[in-house]
Design a protein around this ligand. Structure first.
Ligand SMILES: [Zn+2]
Length: 455
């Protein structure tokens, strides 16, 4: 797309951002261009604009509150499309009426108003998806609306943690037959949360395995023939919450995969309060459901809030279930505090080259030794920060972009200032140059990966 068109689009988006307060009657909120799928009568995660003129389908990528702001039980502006889990969650959290809700299947192409839509697991939070839209332009304002044979392809990433699975095992946008040409995407709407090289953190699977290993290493010696089985470990996993604590609609439940991995490592159940339990039950995840218990002593993994992971709260918490006073209780406790911010990149260069980033990151390992106890830990209550992210690292974004064929990348996060957009644009341009270099050097089209779940 010509540079000046792009500049104009962002300028208009900035103006749309600035709208505040009441508008004259009949005047609707302006919607930034990146909330629309270009040329289609479809918006994604644009609920805060209320009714949108010309929008026939309101798509929701996942049930995090910053993506569904203003969506409420009184919604009546048009059909909402999302995954089954997301639909369950917004029904539970917001009470949106059934008549507006349409659950779409995963990994299966379905028609919505003449457009082919495919949902792909986003690896972000339960129910989160990428949307692939394929079809002719239907917006009468598009110059292509009169050419129904021209098929456009758009990939909207919502919030996601990119993995080779998104490229390799997603037949809708990569033709699975070897030797055939990958279908080019007209645009990728990209989750650019961490589009800067300082955000290189270890693969999620490596971190989760390290947490499970850490917990296993700390299981007290319970060999029954050596000494009586008196020691029992409790693991409290902090999850993130945002906004007002009492408003269930603003809650997020994070780090499900850590919670599950630890429960499996200890062969135990997961205990949490009734509210979190309802959120867990709304997720289309039979494995998680089978692990839940409402008996705090039956589950060695408890789910709390991030702010609970400190010595004071943990000591009080352990005291509540402490053996031998409490029969079948616990003697020791580990707290895990998943957060994206405990990790520092090892790269010293301010602007490292892309091949250098790929080489460095692909060697990165992660073990329990990389998890440090918080300063206020005691032998009985150990708290650890865990570098955990549900968004792609810069390295993962780079691999994702290098592996796909596209015309344009449209950032959807950190887009509100020109300075931030310029910085992101420089990396998007460098990806394009690197793609060309790799193609000229006949390097593999898909960046080689260590496992299907991470590069
Ligand atoms: Zn999110």
């Amino acid at each position: 797309m010509a540079g000046h068109t792009e500049t104009k689009q962002w300028k208009a988006a900035e103006e749309a951002d600035k709208q505040k307060g009441r508008r004259p009657k009949g005047e609707e909120k302006k919607v930034p261009f990146y909330k629309w799928i270009d040329g289609l009568e479809i918006t994604v995660d644009a609920f805060k604009y209320g009714r949108i003129e010309g929008c026939k389908g309101y798509f929701l990528s996942h049930a995090h509150s910053d993506h569904y702001q203003q969506l409420s039980s009184s919604w009546s502006h048009g059909p909402i499309y999302a995954s089954q889990t997301t639909i369950n969650l917004i029904k539970l959290k917001l009470g949106v009426k059934d008549e507006w809700l349409h659950a779409l299947p995963l990994d299966e192409t379905v028609k919505v108003d003449g457009i082919d839509v495919t949902l792909i697991d986003a690896n972000h939070c339960p129910g989160s998806v990428l949307f692939l839209f394929e079809g002719p332009h239907t917006d009468p304002k598009s110059p292509y609306s009169k050419t129904p044979n021209r098929i456009f392809r758009y990939l909207h990433c919502g919030d996601f943690r990119a993995s080779p699975q998104h490229i390799h095992a997603a037949p809708p946008f990569v033709d699975p037959l070897p030797g055939r040409i990958q279908k080019k995407l007209d645009a990728i709407y990209l989750d650019t949360t961490y589009l800067a090289p300082s955000y290189c953190f270890p693969a999620q699977e490596l971190v989760i395995n390290a947490c499970a290993d850490l917990v296993r290493e700390r299981i007290p010696d319970v060999k029954p023939d050596v000494k009586p089985k008196t020691e029992r470990l409790l693991v409290l996993v902090g999850t993130y919450s945002i906004g007002k604590e009492r408003a269930p609609d603003t809650r997020r439940v994070y780090a499900c995969s850590i919670v599950k991995a630890i429960a499996h490592a200890l062969s135990t159940k997961i205990y949490c309060d009734a509210r979190k339990r309802d959120l867990f039950l709304a997720q289309d995840d039979p494995d998680l459901h089978s692990l839940l218990t409402d008996d705090p002593l039956a589950g060695q993994v408890h789910v709390g809030w991030l702010r609970d992971i400190n010595r004071e709260v943990m000591s009080d918490y352990l005291a509540k279930y402490k053996a031998p006073r409490v029969e079948g209780g616990f003697t020791k406790m580990i707290g895990l505090r998943p957060t994206g911010w405990t990790y520092r990149s090892e790269t010293k260069d301010k602007v490292p080259s892309i091949p250098k980033i790929l080489a460095l990151e692909q060697q990165r390992k992660f073990s329990p030794a990389g998890l440090y106890p918080q300063r206020d830990s005691t032998p009985m209550c150990m708290a650890f920060g865990v570098p955990y992210s549900e968004h792609s690292s810069f390295f993962e974004l780079t691999c994702f972009a290098l592996s796909l064929d596209y015309t344009r990348i449209i950032p959807t996060v950190n887009v509100h200032t020109a300075g931030s957009r310029t910085k992101m644009k420089s990396w998007i341009d460098r990806w394009a140059a690197e793609k060309k270099r790799r193609a000229d050097a006949r390097m593999p089209r898909i960046v080689p990966f260590r496992a299907l779940t991470y590069w």
